[in-house]
Design a protein around this ligand. Sequence first.
Ligand SMILES: Cc1cc2nc3c(=O)[nH]c(=O)nc-3n(C[C@H](O)[C@H](O)[C@H](O)COP(=O)(O)OP(=O)(O)OC[C@H]3O[C@@H](n4cnc5c(N)ncnc54)[C@H](O)[C@@H]3O)c2cc1C
Length: 454
Amino acid sequence: MGLLPDAPLILGDGHLMEYYSVDASGYSVKPRGVALPRSVGDVADVVRWAAQNRTPVTARGAGTGLAGGALGDGIILDTSRMDRVRYLDGVVSAGPGARLGAVARLLSGYGRILGPNPSVGPYCSVGGMVATNASGSLSLGYGSIIDNLESVTLVDGRGDVVELPSNRHYSDIISGICRRAGPFPDTTKNSCGYRLDAVPSPDMSHRVVAASEGTLGVVVGARLRTHPAPRRRALAVMRYADARSAAADCPRILECGPVSLEVVGPGIMEGYGGSCVLFAEFHDSVPERGGPDHADRVCGDVRRAAGVRPVMIREGIDRWLAGRNAALSRSLGMTGDRAPSIIEDATVPLERLPDLFDVIRELGERTGSTPVYYGHAGSGNIHVRTPADSRVTEWYLCEVMALGGTITGEHGDGMGRTGFVRRQYGEQNHMLFGLLKDAFDPHHILNPGKILPA
Ligand SMILES: Cc1cc2nc3c(=O)[nH]c(=O)nc-3n(C[C@H](O)[C@H](O)[C@H](O)COP(=O)(O)OP(=O)(O)OC[C@H]3O[C@@H](n4cnc5c(N)ncnc54)[C@H](O)[C@@H]3O)c2cc1C
């Protein structure tokens, strides 16, 4: 027996329930039981039992989610043991519990990478990444999970195994619902609600599972497109006096084709004091994006137009990026913030990014604090940390919506943001979300209270 107990379903064990009562979000909910399936059949058995007994089931990968999505008061279904990974013809097939680190190790042997790269690094699981529509710094060049998902297998709320997009029955239902969808935010990333906007035809029906947070089914397998690993990389590091001028420069930098354009706010990076820092990364493996030689063009353009003096890095890039990736833990240290934050993942159309930074400045005035921020500037996705009561939270999220943005670009609705989903999408889309939920999970046992109210 390893660290986890052997029994497939454990009810009421004190320490184990404590362990599963938290994730990386700061919320806490004690479950009634924990299931540790080894196979798709085990998952189907647990869900069927839960459906008969009207008991909630919440799937869990690595528990690195920042929105409390993996917490619930019923059965927590920990997929850690379903961790097989295979690679064939540019596509990686993974069990839900496979960790990103294991996927990356396998792919490196083939000279390939997975595009989405959450800054939490190797720890998160494929199931969790699919369920949150995870992305990361490289999503600018390679897309989020939703852009890389080839097919997905899930166990629905009846305990049936469903493969998408090949399942005609479900694909027709999904596509029929998606055809009726109203407007969605015009952002490059979005993990709020169900992504009805991403399914133009039945053969794309699997994409609606991305960002569904375990509310439509338990993901038991996913096939994800991979990309050639870069042989040459370059990183331009640019220092700005303030966030607004950094944001105003982003469109110019994007024209040079970086695969990643990240921002780290004042005080987070050692040695950068009160400056706002942009990192633009270039890969030779994406020639249509220009490659590392374009890094020099960025430096020249930025120097001429903004008077900024970029530093060009060609060796030891990962060491520099580790500084960026430590932003969440460093920012938690700066704010002393252990409370759940639901304002932390706003994403706006790129042209509205300077306005979002104005909103963040006003957030500081309203809270009497200095908000700490960092994130994926090239995608308009800024993680902001500051203590905020419910009134300020509501104000901030409404400002994000008014900018044409989404309240979550990559972390999902979870416990914190579900209450704002209807406001973001309006009645028509919200009604369609309900129809989709009913089709997959007629007894509403799958992760209730996430995306839709319980
Ligand atoms: C330091 C830090 C940095 C981070 N940086 C990023 C980042 O750059 N980009 C990013 O996108 N995220 C980031 N995250 C958030 C988190 O890592 C991602 O959301 C990740 O995809 C969650 O994976 P997980 O396995 O931990 O999922 P969990 O936390 O276990 O679950 C997350 C959600 O997925 C559902 N779920 C899990 N497994 C399944 C399954 N098999 N079937 C159906 N539903 C399932 C859960 O019910 C829950 O709703 C960061 C987190 C931390 C702590």
